[in-house]
Design a protein around this ligand. Structure first.
Ligand code: IMP
Ligand code: MG
Length: 189
């Protein structure tokens, strides 16, 4: 294993359940840098409050906030929409709410993936009711053609096919979040 180019090797411990690389570690890294630069420009006069959606957005949040050259603040929410299955239930449950007041804040929701869009739709209404000055979304992944509710996403990292994916924060049954690249999942759900 070449430790100097970790970008596309598949970890031996995860072989057998991972399919093809959907987004390589290098592509993720480069795109997150671009998003950070864009957010830096767009929010220069008013640094945003980044609201990460646990747990899937942890890797993305950690990299994105360091790519933004502004005094951003960071908070997290935890929601559950899936349980252990790989298809959305449409029901969103708040497991951890925010610790900060949103009124007058420029809020940027940081999401791992928008699939049906039901989770984001719910979050937008929930957070929008707390009088933020603005409320926008930065999603790393957008599954093409899957949205059941109209979404206006200010920032999208990558549009990807509708296959189930893991890695870079995305899990199946809590596993594979610690991979640097994003892969299709071909193991048993
Ligand atoms: P939505 O409500 O259908 O848009 O689903 C959004 C949430 O489901 C995301 O925040 C993820 O936590 C999870 N999810 C959707 N697609 C995937 C996937 O391909 N892999 C892992 N988690 C996913
Ligand atoms: Mg998520």
């Amino acid at each position: 294993m070449d430790r100097h180019s970790p970008h596309d090797f598949t970890a031996t411990w995860a072989q057998g359940v991972l399919g093809e690389v959907v987004v390589s570690a290098k592509e993720v890294h480069d795109r997150v840098g671009e998003l950070g630069a864009q957010i830096t420009r767009d929010y220069a006069s008013s640094p945003p409050l980044l609201v990460g959606v646990l747990k899937g957005a942890i890797n993305f949040m950690a990299d994105l906030m360091r790519a933004i050259e502004l005094p951003v603040e960071v908070d997290f929410m935890a929601v559950s929409s899936y349980g252990a299955a790989t298809k959305t239930s449409g029901v969103v449950r708040i497991i951890k709410d925010l610790d900060v007041d949103l009124s007058g804040r420029d809020v940027l929701i940081v999401e791992d993936v928008v699939d049906s869009g039901l989770t984001l739709n719910y979050l937008r209404q929930y957070l929008g009711a707390r009088s933020p000055a603005s409320l926008e979304v930065c999603a790393l992944l957008l599954k093409v053609g899957e949205q059941r509710v109209e979404q206006s996403l200010k920032y999208v990292g990558f549009s990807i096919p509708a296959d189930f994916v893991v890695g870079y924060g995305l899990d199946v049954n809590e596993r594979y979040r610690n991979l640097d690249a994003i892969y299709t999942y071909v193991g048993k759900a």
